[in-house]
Design a protein around this ligand. Structure first.
Ligand code: MSP
Length: 635
């Protein structure tokens, strides 16, 4: 059996996944499913990148241990892939013991081969991108050093580090690029890499000593290994490098590393050089896609424009999201994510072109043939053209899919869908029914449904749920590979199911957009200022939580009993149930508004209110910095 090994980047667990991070994984899933359809044995790998300063900082900010943060967020990614129907074969975490051992094994080999030496790193580093930048790549704004990728301020680092002799691999890499013109795609991304190579690679600092959230250097445990070196090795640790040679040999080299454009140099230059250093073959292809943007700006949690894919899935279903992302965003280029465009695609391409004709055809089969697929008679030219056009479409589709031109593959299918609609309209089966021309009617309906079986097969990688539904409605066993190369595969006599249309249109007039949760930026306006006397009207006090329980039938509310020292105990109802379990609150010293008028929430009296900070989906209850007696006044 032919094999296909494909990977996504592993995701940083500093925050929850958003639609931008889901993009790579959804596209990867489309390719994985396509390869399976083509008869390949596929290994589809994804996972989480859990070491380094970025994660450590995120943990500190949240006041938790890094491992705890990683466990929590890694699970969110894993769960999201389940919700999105992703068919990954393995999920790797860089805090897995096996991965950590493999990284040390790999680095030991680099050491043995004389590719690592000690030196001093002095230069600029971007923590959010975990990237070292050369002086000539950095932007200077208001005398600040700014990262050219994420536009955030850089940190200056001066440390004794171990270096990888990356420069040594400039020539071998140039040679590899020349001998393998498809190594990096799209072409313009390859050219960017060639430009860097032509100006010569610099040696890379691959350890740090100023923090310890990472894998220890095998020869010098004071150093932790650079998070990118650690992360890239996931592609081979996941398939048994260094401990399961048989599995490793089966899958390596990877057939495709799918990545976003900003991490191209790690994958197309550093990773191949690391592999050369230990004598392993290079991946066959690296494909760098563009970014999903909102108003031209990259979607990212830290930019405050993150879109939660779950909300879209809940509202539109998986298939619609998958279709929209592969059809509207040209794979390889940046594309603006727009819910209006998504709805338009749903209404016109899916509900109108694709779903509607199937619905009409099945209605006629139910009415005229007792819900059984009719037996076709000798085909005429028009019927034959439907078959011929399918084979042409299939060739186009295969050629596009092999080149990862997903948008073009879908365009080819939609040309065919429109062809089938035209065939149906021209053959006017409703007139054939009226005239009682059952033989011709049977042929037209059979041919239309045969075309639908083909369309559903080609669409299977993109829209697995609806393709399965089509097979079911046509009463056919779900064996898509059997139908792809032959015509007249539909088993006549099988019972069809005439149900609701595959896709429901959304009325654009009543359409309500999912809100993009923007970071709140409040400007203080002069006419908004309050006086100290205004502020003094609010009496804030420290209170200790002594009891906490969920409010029945409420997803949001917790009922708390707080101790205010000499002011006695009070009951407070707070909307924080999504963020805190009752147990973790008990004992906390919080801040409450002491002189608030009592109010009833879901019938329960709240005698005051606690203070909390909230941004996007994060919330933290305010507590005191040092221990102090409950009841203390805040001023
Ligand atoms: N941890 C590194 C990758 C290590 S791979 C050995 C990393 N993680 S990331 O979480 O920041 O990004 C992971 C992937 O998500 C990248 O391919 C990135 O391009 C992709 N995306 C994150 N936001 C995106 C968009 N807004 N649009 C499309 N993809 C983007 O980099």
């Amino acid at each position: 059996m032919k094999k296909f090994y494909l990977t996504t980047p592993i995701y940083y667990v500093n925050s929850e996944p958003h639609i931008g991070s889901a993009y790579t994984t959804i596209i990867g899933d489309i390719i994985a499913r396509y390869k399976r359809l083509m008869g390949y044995e596929v290994f589809y790998l994804t996972g989480t990148d859990e070491h380094g300063q970025k994660i450590l900082q995120a943990a500190k900010k949240k006041g938790t241990e890094p491992q705890q943060l990683c466990d929590k967020l890694s699970e969110k990614f894993r769960q999201l892939w389940k919700d999105l129907n992703i068919t990954n074969d393995y999920f790797i975490r860089t805090t897995d013991k096996k991965h950590m051992e493999t990284v040390q094994f790999f680095v030991s080999k680099m050491l043995e081969n004389g590719d690592i030496y000690k030196g001093t790193y002095k230069g600029w580093y971007c923590i959010p991108c975990e990237t070292y930048w050369n002086e000539d790549e950095i932007k200077i704004e208001n005398e600040k050093h700014i990262c050219p990728t994420c536009n955030r301020e850089l940190n200056f680092v001066e440390e004794e580090n171990y270096f990888f002799s990356l420069s040594k691999y400039t020539e071998p890499l140039l040679k590899h690029f020349k001998e393998n013109p498809d190594f990096v795609e799209p072409e313009f991304r390859k050219n960017e890499m060639l430009k860097i190579l032509e100006s010569g690679l610099k040696d890379l600092s691959i350890t740090r000593t100023t923090f310890d959230w990472g894998i220890r250097m095998p020869n010098d445990p004071k150093h932790v290994i650079y998070v990118w070196v650690d992360a890239l090795i996931n592609y081979i640790s996941a398939i048994g490098y260094g401990n399961d040679e048989e599995t490793f040999k089966k899958w390596w080299p990877a057939d495709l590393h799918l990545i976003g454009k900003e991490i191209n140099r790690f994958h197309s230059l550093i990773w191949p050089a690391m592999l050369m250093s230990v004598g392993l073959p290079l991946p066959k292809k690296i494909f760098a896609h563009g970014w999903l943007t909102v108003n031209g700006q990259k979607i990212s949690k830290s930019l405050g424009n993150a879109i939660d894919p779950r909300e879209f899935v809940k509202k539109y279903g998986n298939d619609v999201i998958r279709y929209y992302l592969s059809r509207d965003i040209v794979f390889g280029k940046d594309g603006d994510f727009s819910e209006e465009n998504l709805v338009q695609r749903l209404n016109s391409d899916l509900a109108n072109d694709y779903g509607n004709l199937l619905h009409r055809t099945l209605a006629m089969v139910s009415k005229n043939f007792n819900s059984k697929i009719p037996v076709p008679q000798t085909p005429n030219e028009s019927d034959k053209s439907l078959a011929n056009e399918y084979f042409k479409t299939k060739e186009k589709y295969l050629s596009c899919m092999e080149q990862y031109k997903l948008t073009n593959a879908l365009e080819a299918i939609w040309d065919y869908i429109r062809f089938v609609n035209k065939y149906f309209d021209e053959n006017k089966p409703w007139i054939l029914a009226k005239e009682g021309n059952k033989e011709r009617l049977a042929t037209v309906l059979y041919y239309t449904l045969e075309a639908y079986l083909k369309i559903a097969t080609l669409l299977l990688p993109f829209m697995p749920d609806s393709s399965r539904k089509v097979f079911k409605r046509l009463g056919q066993d779900f064996e898509p590979q059997k139908f792809i190369d032959k015509w007249n595969t539909l088993v006549a006599g099988n019972k069809v199911i005439h149900d609701k249309p595959l896709f429901q249109k959304i009325d654009l007039k009543k359409f309500e957009k999912i809100a993009i949760k923007k970071e709140e930026k409040t400007e203080v306006k002069l006419d908004n200022l309050i006086t100290i006397d205004d502020f003094k009207k609010i009496e804030l006090r420290v209170a200790q939580i002594v009891e906490a329980e969920k409010v029945e039938k409420s997803e949001k509310l917790l009922k708390l009993i707080v101790d205010l020292g000499k002011h006695g105990k009070r009951q407070i109802v707070a909307g924080i149930s999504k963020y805190y379990s009752p147990e973790e609150l008990i004992g906390k010293k919080i801040i409450v508004v002491f002189n608030l008028k009592p109010a009833k929430l879901m019938g329960i009296e709240s005698q005051g209110m606690l203070l909390a900070a909230k941004i996007n989906n994060d919330l933290t209850v305010l507590t005191v910095d040092r221990d102090i007696e409950p009841g203390a006044k805040i001023s």
